[in-house]
Design a protein around this ligand. Sequence first.
Ligand SMILES: [Cu+2]
Length: 140
Amino acid sequence: MLTACARAGVPPVVPSPVTHTILWTDSQAETRLSRFRFVPDSLRVVAGDSVRFTVGSGSPHLVEFDIERLPPEAVAHIRAAFERLDPTTAPRLHTRFFQQVGSGVTLSTEGWPPGDYGFHCVAHRALGEVGLLRVAARPR
Ligand SMILES: [Cu+2]
């Protein structure tokens, strides 16, 4: 089918940017071993999509990208995105804390190079609140 379309000169379908949601959770009721989590803790996006980090429950959370688990050329893009949100925390690649359920930040991945982006919550990293964003190149 794809081959037929390509032969007919039909351009490939380019997906429109979408906004994904990742929740910060404090799911004490589920298990004490993995109380603090990102849900989902792994997400695949296409460059240009947005990612909304939202408090689902519990304690104050923030998101910080792991400078050692990023495509090297991604650091400047993340810093620029965070700069628009809060210049005081941007140099360290993290947001401020959010606590109220439903509050959070939306990051656009426009221009972000493809690769794996590790992130965590500074407050609960040792308790397992870590995640991974897989950014794929947007088809042209
Ligand atoms: Cu947290």
